[in-house]
Design a protein around this ligand. Structure first.
Ligand code: UN1
Length: 513
């Protein structure tokens, strides 16, 4: 496609004539088996990458473990300087990379740019953090002793990421892992492999320009079988995986079997509670962007609106009216709000969800449907839909990665709404729209939202990188990006030093020779 400057973007990202996929840095392995990437925007083939064989994976691990021995002893602030340069490259390439994200994944160009901005932000965060990998100092119970803790690099970090944030999730992991002294091996989603190649090229160039060894940033490609190379590999002490709960359970069990660490970022079933004290205008913007942004394919997408009965009809009408304004089409065209779903399998799941909700007794108040005709040739464009439903429906309990929003009515006190909000197996993001301090504080209290993210007068999606990102229950419990999420990328060591000529034992134990 020559439209919207895609060809130029591919050229700027050095993605012309791609036929390779496994990389230890600047070194790309020829490979044979190919994986094709078709754009959901127009159905065109964007490029091909090769899938990683076991032999190639062994070469990657050799490069990665070798690189770790020198990278881990480089002072952390010097590693921060490398990440700073990487962030500069992302600033320079923000537009082409944002375009590629939009074209290969299907989210709007604005959201593609936003995703690259998240990468830049986490780099800035990591640069500062490279001087703040603090441990604590404790007072020893023994005289003439000093006790403290330090954080050391962990080793090879395996990253398995999903199609919906095809570049940002990698960077949340790598920016932190790199300043922590770890090396990374990334398996991007097989649905967005060129985003993986583009990022790897940018990182590899920065490492090479600084005379650093191959292997600090590696790329492998393929489906779950390639991911399994890492989950089963003792040489990978941490596997960070983003995707479905089904996938996460398998990753968790496999990594736990060898007592490795996993960082899981799985499904959400995010709700906004709308109380009688809500600002309706803000609610509508937050809810509609949350439900239709990225075509409903964010982990943080708004799936449920839990609305008080007194304002139910008013809110319903306002949301339905807003859906009437939505323009669906090529996401690179900035006049459109909603792009395509990732592929036709996703369209099938969307259709199933709509039939299921009706079957269970729900009522569609905004009908869905697959769009056909000019501009919709890829078969991936659907109409965002809204259904009135009950929280107990099986389909409402399930995360459907598509723009289907459920309206649920509550009555009485806000605690009833909180019970509904918490009454799902997932626990990622949650929000309340209210100007009532009591309701807001109750929602944030020990007995409030059970999610990893709880917002007041903000929607469920669009978390900033400065906070720890992740959720509870079947969302997997992992935390990425800000706050002290870096700690999982390091190993903690407690050190006690005796500077006396005696050897007093701890716990007051007497042991005389
Ligand atoms: C995801 O959907 O996997 O809060 C991550 C947000 C983004 C991240 C979403 N910062 O919507």
């Amino acid at each position: 496609s020559t439209s919207f400057g895609i060809d130029k973007a591919l050229e700027q990202l050095e993605l012309k004539d791609i036929n390779y996929g496994t990389s230890t840095g600047s070194n790309w392995m020829p490979g044979t088996d190919q994986l094709s990437s078709y754009s959901p925007v127009d159905g065109e083939l964007i490029g091909k990458v090769t899938t990683t064989t076991k032999e190639e994976y062994e070469q990657v691990m050799k490069a990665a473990t070798d690189a770790f021995t020198s990278w881990r002893v480089m002072p952390a602030p010097k590693r921060g300087e490398i990440v700073r340069q990487f962030g500069e490259e992302l600033r320079r390439l923000k537009e082409p990379l944002g375009k590629l994200v939009s074209y290969e994944m299907g989210k709007s160009y604005q959201e593609g740019l936003g995703e690259v901005q998240e990468m830049i932000d986490i780099c800035d965060f990591a640069v500062g953090l490279s001087r703040q990998l603090h441990g604590l100092t404790m007072h020893s119970e023994r005289e003439g002793h000093r006790m403290y803790e330090q954080y050391h690099p962990l080793g090879v970090v395996g990253i398995i990421s999903a199609f919906n944030f095809p570049v940002a999730v990698w960077s949340w992991n790598t920016a932190l892992a790199w300043i922590c002294g770890d090396v990374t091996v990334w398996k991007p989603s097989e649905k967005t492999p060129l985003c993986g190649v583009a990022c790897q090229k940018i990182a590899a160039r920065v490492f090479a320009e600084n005379g650093l060894p191959e292997g600090i940033s590696c790329l492998i490609n393929g489906d779950y079988r390639v991911g399994e190379f890492m989950t089963k590999d003792k040489r990978v002490p941490l596997v960070s995986a983003t995707g479905s709960t089904r996938m996460g359970k398998i990753v968790a069990a496999t990594v736990a079997e060898r007592l490795g660490r996993s960082l899981l970022e799985l499904g959400g079933n995010n709700a906004i509670i709308v109380t009688p004290d809500a600002d309706i205008k803000m609610t509508i913007i937050g809810a509609v962007f949350g439900a239709v942004g990225t075509c409903g394919q964010r982990c943080t997408s708004t799936r449920r609106l839990i609305i008080h009965e007194d304002i139910y009809d008013q809110v319903k009408k306002a949301v339905v009216d807003a859906y009437g304004q939505l323009r669906i089409g090529n996401p690179l065209d900035q006049n459109n709000h909603v792009g395509p779903l990732i592929d036709t399998d996703a369209v099938a799941m969307y259709n199933q969800a709509l039939s299921k909700v009706v079957e269970e007794g729900g009522k569609l108040v905004v009908e869905g449907g697959v769009l056909q005709g000019q501009g919709y040739e890829s078969g991936c464009y659907v109409k965002p839909a809204i259904a009135e439903a009950s929280n107990s429906f099986e389909i409402v309990q399930h995360e459907t990665f598509a723009p289907v929003l459920y309206l649920i009515k509550y009555s009485g006190d806000v605690t009833n709404a909180i019970d509904i909000q918490n009454g799902v197996v997932q626990g990622l993001s949650s929000a309340i729209m209210t100007n009532n301090l009591r309701e807001a504080e109750r929602f944030l209290s020990h007995a409030g939202s059970d999610c990893g993210i709880a917002n007041v007068n903000i929607g469920t999606s669009g978390a900033e990188i400065g906070g720890a990102f992740g959720g509870e229950k079947e969302t997997g419990g992992g935390r990425e990006s800000g706050s002290d999420a870096w700690k999982i990328y390091m190993r903690r060591q407690t050190n006690t030093i005796n500077y006396t000529t005696d050897l007093p034992l701890a716990q007051g134990i007497k042991f005389d020779l």
